[in-house]
Design a binder for this molecule. Sequence first.
Ligand SMILES: Cc1cc2nc3c(=O)[nH]c(=O)nc-3n(C[C@H](O)[C@H](O)[C@H](O)COP(=O)(O)OP(=O)(O)OC[C@H]3O[C@@H](n4cnc5c(N)ncnc54)[C@H](O)[C@@H]3O)c2cc1C
Ligand code: FES
Ligand code: FES
Length: 458
Amino acid sequence: MAEPIEIVLNGERRRLDGVSPAMTLLDWLRGPARLTGTKEGCAEGDCGACTVLVDQMPVNACLALVGQMHGRAILTVEGLRGAHPVQRALAESDGTQCGFCTPGIVMSAVAFACGGEPPTPELIHDALAGNLCRCTGYRPIVEAVARCAQSAEPLPPTPTTSIDTTSRTFDGPTILHAPRSLPELLKLRADHPEAWLLAGGTDLGVKISHDREVPGRIIHVAGVPELNGLVVHPDRIEIGAATTYQRLLPILAQHVNPFAEMIRRLGSRQIRAMGTMGGNLGTASPIGDTPPVLLALGATLHLASVRGRRAVGIDDFFLGYRRTAMAADEIIVSIDIQLPAADEIFHVDKVSKRRDQDISAVLGAYRLRVVDGVVHGARLAYGGMAAIPARAPHAEAALIGAPWTEATVERAAAALAEDFKPLGDWRASAGYRLAVAGNLLRRLFLRSTGVAVELDAL
Ligand SMILES: Cc1cc2nc3c(=O)[nH]c(=O)nc-3n(C[C@H](O)[C@H](O)[C@H](O)COP(=O)(O)OP(=O)(O)OC[C@H]3O[C@@H](n4cnc5c(N)ncnc54)[C@H](O)[C@@H]3O)c2cc1C
Ligand code: FES
Ligand code: FES
C-alpha cells in the first residue's frame, strides 16, 4: 500500500494523497493546496519569491520536493494571517511596491526577526541576501526589518512528532525512498544505481523545478543518522555528508573561522538551510566552493557501499570534469577535515561578481606553515581555474623551503601559469582568473604581515 506524505502546514496536519513525491513544494502549494501567496520568480533558488519556512528556517519552495518535506512543519505567508509585525512594518515603511517579492521577503524577515539574532545591518543583509526585489531599492525593507526585529516574539513551536518518520517509500510517477539507516541506504543504492541520490536538493531541485526533468527514482539520504554526524576532535572535525551548511556554520566558526566566513557566502540562508557538503562534492563542479577548501585543509572522504567502506584522500577524489572516484554504488558518508594548527596560516578568498548568493569566478584556499620565516608546508588550492577543483603544485614548490617574502610570493604567483590554463566564460575571462589567482596569493602574504587587514575593509 502506498505510504502518504504527511506534513504540518500552517499549524494543521495534512496528508498529501496522490501527489508525486518529486513535485516541488511550490507547485504543490500553488496547485493542490491553493495557497498562491508563495510566488514563483526564477524556479532555480535565486530570487527568494518562493520562500517558506520549514521547521522555522527559510527554504526555497521551488527547490524542495514534497517527498523531502515528510514529517516537517511548513509555514507559508498565509499562515501569518496578515497580522505579523513584520508585515505591518513593511507596509508602514513603504517596503513593498509591485508586491511580487513581498511574501518571500516577509517569510525571510519573519525567520530572522523571530529567531532572536541581533538586528545588526550585517545580519539583516545576510538574512535578506536570498531575496531579490526589483522595485524598492531595499532600503525601506532593511529599515522595516531593523524596526520590528527588536520586538518580534519567537514563532510558536509546531509539533510534528505524531507523524511517523521511520523509513518510507513514497510512490508516484517518481518513487522516493527515505531510508533511516546506513545499511538500508547502501542496499537501495546497490539495487538502484540509476536512482538520483538526493541530499538537500539545492542542485538536483533545479533540474526538477527549472529544467522540468522527471527522475524515475530518488533515494533521499537526509534522514540517515550516519550521514548527519558532527563530531569535533582536538585536531579534526568529522562532518556527516548530509549535515546542512546551516548546522555546520557555528561549529566551523568556532574552530576554523575562515571556512565559516566562506560558507556565509555560499548561496543564501535558504540554500544553506538545505544544502550539504556531500552534495557539493557529489556535484563535483569546478566552481563548487567547498572542494578547494577541503583540498587546502587535506580532507579525507569516507565512502561506503554494500561492498564495504573506504577512505579516499581529497587529492584523489576529483578525476575529471564532474567525474569523481566514487563508484556507482558508493555514497559519501562523512568528511574529515584537519584543523589548521595555531601556528599555521589558513585562509579562503571567494571572488564572485556579486558578494552574496553568487557562484565563484575564482576561489583560493591556502594552508601554510611558516617556521622562522621559512615556508615548511604549503597547500594551495583553487576553484574556477581548471576542469576540477585543484591544487597548485608548481606554486607550492616555489614556496616550500623558501623565505616567506614578497619575492617568493611573486615567484609562486608566476608559477600559477604553469599550474592552470583556465577557461574564459561569462563569469570571468581566462586572463582575469589567472590574474586574480595570483593577486589572492599576494593578498594572503599582505594579510599575514597585517597589511591586508585594511584592504579587507574595502
Ligand atoms: C541559488 C543557488 C545558489 C548556490 N550557491 C552556491 C555557492 O555559492 N557555492 C557553491 O558551491 N554552490 C552553490 N550552489 C549549489 C548547491 O547549493 C551546492 O552544491 C550544495 O552543496 C548542494 O548540496 P545539496 O545537499 O543540496 O545537494 P543535492 O542537490 O541533494 O545533490 C547534489 C549532487 O550530489 C550528490 N550527492 C548528494 N549527497 C551525496 C552523498 N552523501 N554521497 C554521494 N553523492 C551525493 C547527488 O546525487 C547529486 O548528484 C547554489 C545553488 C543554488 C540553487
Ligand atoms: S522561485 Fe525564485 S527562488 Fe524559488
Ligand atoms: S516590490 Fe516589486 S519586486 Fe519587490
